[in-house]
Design a protein around this ligand. Structure first.
Ligand SMILES: [Ca+2]
Ligand SMILES: [Zn+2]
Ligand SMILES: [Zn+2]
Length: 222
């Protein structure tokens, strides 16, 4: 019998070394810790996959990350608190936007930047949504989870795309603080979000992605 592969692969980068640039961070957090969370989100993937991602301040980076409000001229206007959390493009689009209308947090009550970032980066690296309920790429966002480690399905997906990492760290940290980015799209349902529905100890936010060409969006369906 064949191996079950809940993950779904999209397009991939045809090179093993990428650069990213963060052009703005959220006003909800100080810039340095926000950048650190995004760097950590990149590392989530580069720890296990054979791909290097380096932060740059140059204008020609492969990936560009920013926080945007409302209609930001890419045809996918953000909707304020709740609903869509972020969105990103599959390779080689390299663009990831976070909805500044959300309350972004680090390990707290609100929308966890690392978790959404790691999900979006998965899309940036070419992973589509998974059918595995335990996967980060499953279209249901579970909110902050302490000591989160990469689920088996996500690991299998990223390794299928880029091969397994055999050396230490794929994220090169430039400047003094940590860096990294996130990708893609996540959405919360207003009622779910505000009610902070608790399931298995953490808030559950449902997500659905609509893929248009290389554009990945996530919407809440509950
Ligand atoms: Ca939103
Ligand atoms: Zn956008
Ligand atoms: Zn998604």
């Amino acid at each position: 019998m064949g191996e079950v592969k809940p993950f779904v692969l999209g397009p991939k980068w045809n090179k093993k070394s990428l650069t990213y640039r963060i052009t703005s961070t959220t006003t909800d957090l100080s810039a340095a810790p926000a950048r650190s969370e995004l760097a950590r989100a990149f590392k989530f993937w580069t720890d296990v996959a054979d791909i290097e991602i380096t932060e740059t301040s140059g204008s020609n980076s492969d990936i560009v990350i920013s926080f945007e409000t409302g209609d930001h001229n890419d045809g996918s206007p953000f909707d304020g608190a709740g609903g869509v959390l972020a969105h990103a493009f599959f390779p080689t689009g390299g663009v990831c936007h976070f909805d500044e209308g959300e309350t972004w947090v680090i390990n707290g009550t609100g929308i966890d930047l690392f978790t959404v970032g790691a999900h979006e980066i998965g899309h940036l690296l070419g992973l589509d949504h998974s059918n595995d309920r335990a996967a980060l790429m499953y279209p249901f966002y579970g909110g902050f989870v302490a000591d989160y480690t990469i689920p088996a399905d996500d690991r299998a997906a990223i390794v299928a795309h880029y091969g397994a990492r055999t050396t230490s760290d794929g994220v090169t940290e430039s400047q003094s603080a940590m860096t990294t980015e996130a990708t893609n799209d996540m959405v919360t349902n207003n009622s779910t979000s505000s009610a902070s529905q608790v399931i298995s100890g953490h808030r559950v936010v449902s997500l659905i992605m609509i893929t248009i060409l290389y554009h990945c969006d996530v919407f809440n369906i509950s």
